[in-house]
Write a protein that binds this ligand. Structure first.
Ligand code: CP3
Length: 339
C-alpha cells in the first residue's frame, strides 16, 4: 500500500518524521454530530458495529472532519467475548452488559476460541475502509488486552473496582488463567485477520490495567500482552495500559513498537525508563479539552516538548469524552500539525 500520509507508520517504526503524527482514542464517536446521525440511522450501537458499510463511514469521518493522521476502525473491544460465546448488550446510558457471566470452570463450557470468521463484520469493515481511504492515511486495528476482556466477562458490566474480577484472580487463579488463555488465543487469531484485511498497525487497550497491583499485573495481564506482541510480527503494535505506569519497564522489553501513556504518566520519566528506541504515544488529559482553544494549544505545545526526547505519536491520555467541544479537539490536532 502506498500512502499519501504515512507519518504514523514511520513514527511507530521509530523513524524521524517531519512532524509529529496525531490521532485520538475514541475519535470515531459521539463528539461528531455526523457520527450521532449515522448511529441514529443504525438504530443501536451493535447494529452500527456489525454493519461494515456504516462502520467504515464513521471510521473515515474523523479523517475528513478533523484531519487526523490515522483512522481507527470503528468497533468495540467487546466483540471478542461476543464471538467466544459470551454475548454483550449495549444499554443506552448504562454501557455494556453481559447477561451470562463467566465465573468458574464450569462456565468455560459456554465458550470457544473465536474463529476470525465469526468477526467477519469487523474485517469486512476494515477492508472497506482501506479501499475507501485509498491510501490517504493508515487504518489502525485494535483489541482489548486479555485482562480487560476478562474483567468484563467475569463482572458482567462496567464497575469502579472490578472486585468480582479481581477476587477471581486471588481465589481461582487456575480458572483465571484458563479464561485468559482462551481470550488470548481468540485475540491473536482476530488481530491476524485484521492485518490480512489491511490494518497497518494495531493497538491493545488494557483499560483496567490500573486496578491491579504490579505483581498481579505481571502474572495476569502482562504475560498475555507479551504473548500477543510475540505473535504479531507483521505490523507495529501499541500497548496502552491505563493506570499501569509500573508496567512500562516490562513493556519496553516486549516486541511492541509503541507504548501508550495515560495523562498520569510523566513523558520524560517514561522516556528514561523505556530508553531511546521505542515510540511513546499520548498523553494530553482529555479534560484539558474543556478549556478554551487557546489554552488547549498551549497545553498541547508543552506536551510536545515533554515528548521531544524520542519518537512520539500525539494522542490524548485516554479516549476523548463525548461532550468535548469540537473546536477544542481541532485546536489540539492543528497545534500538533503546526508545531
Ligand atoms: O474511535 C475509536 O477509538 C474507535 C472506536 C472504539 C469504541 N470502543 C467505540 C464505542 C474503541 C477503540 C473502543 C474500545 C473500548 N470499548 C474500550 C477500550 C478503550 C477505552 O476507552 O478504555 C472499552 C473499555 C470499551 C467498552 C465500552 N464500549 C464501554 C465501557 C462503553 C460504554 C461507555 C461509553 O463510552 O458509552 C462502550 C460503548 C462505545 N464504544 C461507544 C463507542 C463510540 C459509545 C456508544 C454509542 O455510541 O452508542
Amino acid at each position: 500500500m502506498i500512502y499519501q500520509n504515512d507519518l504514523i507508520l514511520r513514527a511507530a517504526r521509530g523513524e524521524r518524521t517531519e512532524r509529529t503524527p496525531v490521532w485520538m482514542m475514541r475519535q470515531a464517536g459521539r463528539i461528531l454530530k455526523e457520527y450521532r446521525e449515522v448511529r441514529a440511522q443504525a438504530g443501536s450501537f451493535k447494529n452500527l458495529v456489525e454493519n461494515p458499510a456504516l462502520a467504515a463511514e464513521v471510521t473515515i469521518q474523523p479523517v475528513d472532519l478533523l484531519g487526523v493522521d490515522a483512522a481507527i476502525i470503528f468497533s468495540d473491544i467487546l466483540v471478542v467475548p461476543d464471538a467466544m460465546g459470551c454475548r454483550y448488550e449495549m444499554e443506552e446510558a448504562r454501557g455494556p452488559v453481559f447477561p451470562q457471566t463467566i465465573r468458574n470452570t464450569a462456565d468455560l463450557r459456554l465458550l470457544h476460541v473465536a474463529d476470525p470468521s465469526e468477526l467477519q463484520y469487523v474485517t469486512d469493515a476494515i477492508s472497506l475502509t482501506v479501499k475507501q481511504l485509498d491510501g490517504r492515511v493508515p487504518v489502525i486495528g485494535f483489541a482489548g488486552a486479555p485482562f480487560t476482556i476478562f474483567a468484563y466477562m467475569t463482572e458482567g458490566k462496567g464497575s469502579k473496582t472490578f472486585s468480582i474480577a479481581k477476587k477471581l484472580l486471588y481465589t481461582d487463579p487456575a480458572f483465571s488463567h484458563r479464561l485468559l488463555d482462551l481470550i488470548t488465543e481468540s485475540t491473536i487469531a482476530y488481530l491476524k485477520a485484521q492485518i490480512a484485511a489491511g490494518a497497518a498497525m494495531l493497538q491493545l487497550f488494557d483499560s483496567w490495567a490500573g486496578i491491579l497491583s504490579p505483581d498481579q499485573y505481571g502474572e495476569f495481564s502482562g504475560r498475555y500482552i507479551h504473548r500477543i506482541c510475540e505473535a504479531i510480527t507483521e505490523v507495529p503494535v501499541t500497548v496502552f495500559a491505563k493506570g499501569a505506569w509500573f508496567a512500562i519497564e516490562d513493556f519496553a522489553k516486549y516486541p511492541c513498537r509503541t507504548i501508550g501513556l495515560d495523562w498520569n504518566t510523566d513523558p520524560r520519566w517514561a522516556r528514561q525508563v523505556v530508553g531511546p528506541n521505542k515510540t511513546l504515544q499520548g498523553n494530553l488529559d482529555p479534560c484539558q479539552l474543556y478549556a478554551t482553544p487557546e489554552q488547549v494549544a498551549e497545553a498541547t505545545r508543552s506536551m510536545l516538548q515533554a515528548f521531544a526526547g524520542g519518537p512520539h505519536i500525539a494522542n490524548l491520555g485516554h479516549g476523548v469524552y463525548p461532550d468535548t467541544p469540537v473546536e477544542s479537539v481541532k485546536a489540539f490536532i492543528n497545534t500538533v500539525k503546526q508545531a
